[in-house]
Write a protein that binds this ligand. Structure first.
Ligand SMILES: [Zn+2]
Length: 245
């Protein structure tokens, strides 16, 4: 790269930022027989504990670390670790509530993965062309055109123009890693816990009709947060290099 401006443009380019992100596609999801299922990753429930409950036909994921008592039939538990560790954890300010809760647990309560497999948590999806390369699997090397090219760049150098459009500077697309495809999750198939009415975020009264709806809602939030974190970290890394740190 010839000068500071090129360096600045290069590290600010979204294609370059994407190249700094690892493969995030399997976070919280697993593929089997052409279907995508919810799954648990290490630290998926780190510092969290939830009970899946059925309260008069309405399902909910109840955060065990809040002051409310758990009402309804307990169908499962999500916690980072084994059920024995769950029972042995020091719950601090929640210890009284957790003691009562643990006493009400069914002997054979489902735990983590067992909950997911019992409710067959299949999430619809479709495979679409990669948003960045539109299915080609390649992109122009950002070091060539990160700052944008002008008419003059080609006018002054017709060979460069020819080479540029012939794909000579193409490298693997940093968003799809060359596949040209991306998976679009069908989260919209499930009702959301909150909805927007008159610019206000309100509880969706109808939410909780099925276990899968409740879990999909939680997983979607978790996965989107994770992807955002990964992007933010890559952007920060690029930002530092932009200024030559
Ligand atoms: Zn791509």
């Amino acid at each position: 790269m010839s000068n500071n401006m090129d360096n600045y443009n290069y590290w600010g380019d979204s294609r370059v930022i994407n190249s700094l992100i690892g493969d995030t596609s399997s976070y919280g999801l697993t593929t089997r027989d052409g279907k995508i299922f919810l799954s648990l990753d290490d630290e998926f429930f780190l510092d969290e504990a939830y009970a899946l409950v059925n309260k008069e036909g309405k399902f909910a994921l109840v955060d065990l670390q809040n002051d409310k008592e758990v009402e309804g039939e307990i169908l499962g538990i999500f916690f980072e670790g084994s059920i024995e560790e769950f029972k042995a954890t020091d719950w601090g300010t929640f210890s009284e509530k957790m003691k009562r809760f643990i006493e009400t647990l069914p002997e054979d309560v489902l735990f983590n993965e067992a909950v997911l497999s019992k409710y067959e948590c299949v999430i619809p999806f479709k495979t679409v062309n990669c948003y960045q390369c539109d299915g080609k699997g390649t992109m122009v090397n950002p070091s060539i055109d990160a700052g944008g090219l002008s008419y003059d760049d080609f006018y002054d150098d017709p060979d460069f123009e020819e080479a540029y459009f012939s794909g000579r500077y193409d490298i693997q697309c940093s968003a799809c890693r060359g596949s040209g495809k991306q998976t679009e999750m069908g989260w919209d198939a499930f009702a959301r816990e909150y909805k927007w009415t008159n610019n206000k975020r309100v509880l969706n009264e109808k939410f909780g009709a099925s276990v899968i709806e409740v879990l999909a809602n939680y997983w979607q939030g978790k996965i989107e947060d994770y992807e955002q974190d990964q992007y933010d970290a890559a952007q920060e890394m690029a930002w530092e290099r932009r200024w030559g740190c």
